[in-house]
Design a protein around this ligand. Structure first.
Ligand code: GDP
Ligand code: MG
Length: 252
């Protein structure tokens, strides 16, 4: 079994990408299942094979412990970690070729609570990889781009998984995509764009963060996709294949 975690900021397109990847792999003849790790989601654009909402219930946690929605989500995440054996058993029973894991809307629940890392480490799988989604609608200015790249790097550090960086919503951003791709491959172009948008402290901080991130090749190979039109999926699948199958393509 190979496991693909889908991470990214709230609303970046994780759940929709999960459903599209499921369709893509299934159409190509691979036995694929979906695990939903988001206890707070109300409706999902796919049918779930294993759903953490079957293990924890946000509304009853709010009532039982007198918590608001954020406190209940944190508690739910910790409770899910304590059910890892049950979750693992369900996944093992299904035993798919590919397991796609949709993660909580709030990325910090996955990345910064110890339960998130515990879940990532304890799903038994031959290979694991992470896709981080840069929300195309958020990274339209160079300063936003750098701050999301900082988040992506921080999450890569936390999860310690080979990570593919993706820009979503290319169908909504038109020509801006060209700028974004240029920023992601040319440090001088990005610094120049930052100098036009920001000055003073913001400029200094942004360029210093950028130089630090650049040392680890922070956004190279950024893959543009649209979950709506399907643009870019062939490139994304190729990149995943190189990580998960050492170059073997999924059978047609
Ligand atoms: N136009 C467009 N909308 C998208 C794309 N990806 C996601 N969305 C929409 O953005 C919203 C949030 O997507 P969702 O998958 O729920 O994000 P999540 O919070 O990361 O799981 C939904 O209304 C999606 O239909 C995309 O590539 N293009
Ligand atoms: Mg979601």
């Amino acid at each position: 079994m190979k496991t693909i975690f889908i991470s990214g900021t709230a609303g970046s397109g994780k759940s929709l990408l999960t459903s599209k990847l499921y369709e893509y792999y299934t159409k190509n003849g691979a036995f694929t299942s979906v695990l939903n790790l988001d206890p707070g989601v109300e409706s999902l654009p796919y049918t779930c094979d294993v759903d953490v909402k079957d293990f924890v219930d946000i509304v009853s946690i709010m009532q039982q412990y007198d918590l608001g929605p954020n406190g209940a989500l944190i508690m739910a995440n910790d409770l899910i970690a304590s059910k890892i054996d049950d979750i693992r058993e369900e996944v093992d029973r299904i035993n798919p070729d590919y397991l796609i894991v949709d993660t909580p809307g709030q990325v910090e629940l996955l990345a910064y609570r110890s339960s998130g890392k515990f879940l990532v480490e304890n799903i038994a799988s031959d290979e694991k990889t992470n896709i981080f989604l840069f929300d195309g609608a958020l990274i339209t200015t160079p300063v936003n781009f750098v701050s999301i790249a900082l988040l992506a790097t921080s999450i890569r550090l936390r999860l310690n998984l080979p990570t593919t960086n993706v820009v979503t919503k290319t169908d909504l951003i038109g020509n801006k995509l060209k700028d974004i791709l240029k920023w992601s491959t040319s440090l001088p172009t990005l610094e120049n764009a930052i100098s036009k948008e920001a000055d003073g402290d913001t400029y200094t901080l942004t360029t210093n963060i950028l130089r630090g991130l650049n040392l680890s090749g922070f956004a190279q190979g950024l893959i543009p996709i649209s979950n709506v039109t399907g643009e870019g999926f062939v490139n994304l699948e190729g990149a995943l294949s190189r990580i998960l199958n050492l170059g073997e393509e999924v059978e047609d």
